[in-house]
Design a protein around this ligand. Sequence first.
Ligand SMILES: [Zn+2]
Length: 223
Amino acid sequence: MGIISGITVRLLRAQPFESEALDKLAETMKATPILKRDKLHRYYKSSVLPICCLAYSDALVFNSMYYEMLLPDEILAVGAHEFNHIAKKHVVKRLPRTVLPALTLSIVIGYLSSINSTLINIIQLFINFDRGLLIASTTVLFFLVFLVASFYVNAKWLSRQETECDISAAEFVNCEAVVSALAKIPHKTSSRESKLSKLLPHTHPSIEQRIKDVQAARTFKSN
Ligand SMILES: [Zn+2]
């Protein structure tokens, strides 16, 4: 399996499972990269995944609590949304707009800090860190900052991809199941959590907006 999905699956202590129904849907939706894996390395469940479902180009990881709440049709609805991400190559298209610019900028900063020692010397006055380690940790820190910034910059574009995948999913599976699977996504309960989610980049429309968009697309199609 892919290196990144393989590492994530291990970190999330995800358990694999087989699904004929998801396989058939992946075939219909031309989410072919996932079908190249053997049957036992396509779908996973994890109790520690902080979101409902995560798509790699060759694997899906469901949050096990969310998965257990879903009816068979709703599992297919979530699968259809994720297969759209795979078929439309969203995972690959996101790299040049998110990870790559953040990586390039942080490497440039790391390089500049290695040739211009003023900043490093100032930091070293406060922290008695090895010089190489300091340059490496500065680079990592800037990478994380730039990565978060790139999600703010690309929030609208990412959010449009989610709507696109929801609407397209409703063309392959039961539209009601798409709506009810969305409605089962746990809402932020504590006010602290919801305040925090307002500050984070809005890479997904709200659940209410997603449901409205799916229903509006269905009404538009049936008229
Ligand atoms: Zn999505």
